[in-house]
Design a protein around this ligand. Structure first.
Ligand SMILES: [Zn+2]
Length: 126
């Protein structure tokens, strides 16, 4: 007996419904809203390296919000011949260095010691 990855329980359905509603209301409350935040993230990262926490505090958005934009920012950089870089960051417990991180989100735990105290990755545009 293996649980099927495509299996849906009713709880998951409710959550994704909520998500769609939130996205919809975000779009409704201002057309330029998403674009503005994205542009501000670009400006901030061109200026200096910052982590998602700093970005969220500067922009006054929830801490998860910058992650939603970073992938899009990275894509839009190709057209400008620039690059969104993730600087190497480490595990605060054992010092393991995350060098070739492709994903923008902060890892949940260290692959070496399994500790959850991991530094916030810094991003920058050059
Ligand atoms: Zn570690």
């Amino acid at each position: 007996m293996t649980p099927s990855p495509g299996g849906r329980d009713s709880k998951g359905g409710v959550d994704s419904g909520k998500m769609i509603l939130t996205l919809r209301s975000l779009r409704l409350c201002g057309k330029g809203f998403m674009g503005t935040i994205r542009q501000k993230i670009i400006d901030l990262l061109e200026e200096d390296a910052r982590d998602a926490r700093e970005l969220s505090q500067t922009l006054r958005v929830p801490e998860k919000e910058p992650y939603n934009h970073l992938a899009h920012v990275a894509k839009s950089m190709n057209a400008k011949k620039k690059k969104l870089e993730i600087l190497p960051f480490s595990c605060l417990s054992c010092g393991y260095v995350f060098k070739d991180r492709r994903r923008f989100t902060r890892p949940g735990r260290c692959p070496k010691c399994r500790d959850t105290r991991v530094e916030y990755p810094l991003y920058r545009i050059r």
